[in-house]
Design a protein around this ligand. Structure first.
Ligand code: KG4
Ligand code: ZN
Length: 352
């Protein structure tokens, strides 16, 4: 069963071909970072225009990777899966419109996929049990706790299937990736800030600046990252400094980055631990761009050992936004009988 996945929820045009929901044949991701970096964040209007310009070309390249073209694709494809929520609505609309057009023109069934559910699916999509080298069966994974950490989301869910996710906690202000991006911007590092901060943090002392962990009372599963962003500003530029003030003389950027990263990552991991303990989860599923972070990955691996549960994190190309996770979950939905029709619409928010 071959699925074409289409993902345009933010600033990546992601198109993928996936067999049987797991085997990634092609995963094309055209990033718009060069278009947005001078603004320090994604500009929605620029993002949707760039998707329009790129999408046909990226679909063509992806098909070619699977030895297909616009003529042979209709016969070869079983399903077209598209991310239709949540995200920037102008960006989502481009993917949804492309998917509906191809589905109609080719006569290939269409399935709408929730982008957040797909980030969660990506954690297990290619994961294999270490001893047997076989894929996990769904019943071995659920009940699970799921953590989505990206530029737009920081949420913990109790998950009972690939599409049943009950929200247990979420950020009250900035998303964790957004906090990385804003801290990097304060420090004058490049955009996106997550990889830039990680790179600097490798040479830093994570104990240099004892930033406060937010909302740790009563095992709260909610997050807040606006306080640490201000703490980074005042540490780097002086008490009550403005964002455009210069960095303090002698400031060690690696030390600020390591302290920031350690505080944020250990907060996230602690809350995931509380969620897993509370729900007696068999598995923790972790997805989203920030799941690419090395410190987070190693603390999560430790958490798995400490709690004796499986912790599944996607390989790096499946962490940030991509079409493969959409095709993967889309196939699962298709197999379970789900179909979307041409009334499928883009929705800026996730399932209620
Ligand atoms: O999932 P994603 O590609 O897009 C959204 O749906 O938001 O996540 C992008 C976010 C950005 O904020 C970026 O700074 C962050 O993921 N990110 C990282 C790392 N790589 C990407 N954050 C921390 N460490 C990283 N290595
Ligand atoms: Zn995402």
């Amino acid at each position: 069963m071959l699925t074409l996945g289409i993902e345009t929820s933010c600033d990546e045009t992601g198109i993928a071909l996936v067999r049987d929901g797991r085997e990634v044949i092609s995963n094309q991701v055209l990033s718009q970072i060069p278009l947005h970096e001078r603004f320090g964040g994604v500009v929605p209007e620029i993002a949707s225009r760039a998707h329009v310009e790129a999408i046909t070309r990226v679909v063509e390249k992806c098909l070619a990777d699977g030895d297909l073209d616009f003529k042979s694709a209709p016969k070869a494809l079983d399903c077209i899966a598209v991310a239709h929520r949540p995200g920037l609505v102008g960006s989502l609309l481009i993917g949804v419109t492309a998917a509906k057009s191809l589905s109609w023109a080719w006569g290939v069934p269409l399935v709408g996929v929730d982008h957040i559910h797909a980030h969660i699916y990506s954690a297990a999509m290619t994961a294999k049990e270490p001893e047997t080298e076989r894929y996990y069966e769904d019943h071995e994974l659920f009940p699970a706790v799921s953590l989505v950490v990206s530029g737009g989301h920081t949420s913990i869910y109790q998950s009972s299937s690939w599409v049943d996710h009950e929200l247990m906690g979420a950020t009250l202000d900035d998303a964790v990736g957004e906090a990385f991006d804003k801290a990097a911007s304060i420090l004058g590092l490049e955009y996106p800030g997550g990889p830039a901060i990680s790179k600097q943090a490798v040479d830093g002392n994570e104990k240099a600046f004892p930033f406060k962990k937010a909302r740790m009372n009563n095992k709260s599963l909610d997050f807040s990252f606006s306080g640490i962003k201000t703490a980074v500003l005042y540490t780097a530029k002086g008490q009550n400094a403005r964002k455009d003030a210069p960095l303090l003389d002698g400031l060690s950027i690696p030390d600020v980055c390591a302290s920031f990263e350690e505080t944020v990552v250990s907060t996230v991991v602690k809350k995931l631990q509380w969620a897993a303990e509370k729900t007696q989860a068999k598995t923790a599923l972790v997805g989203g761009g920030v799941a690419a972070n090395g410190r987070l990955r190693s603390q999560l691996a430790q958490l798995g050992q400490d709690l004796g549960i499986k912790v599944l994190i996607p390989p790096w190309p499946l962490c940030t936004d991509n079409g493969a996770m959409i095709a993967g979950l889309g196939y699962r939905l298709f197999e379970a009988g789900n179909r979307s029709d041409l009334s499928l619409d883009a929705d800026p928010i996730t399932a209620r």
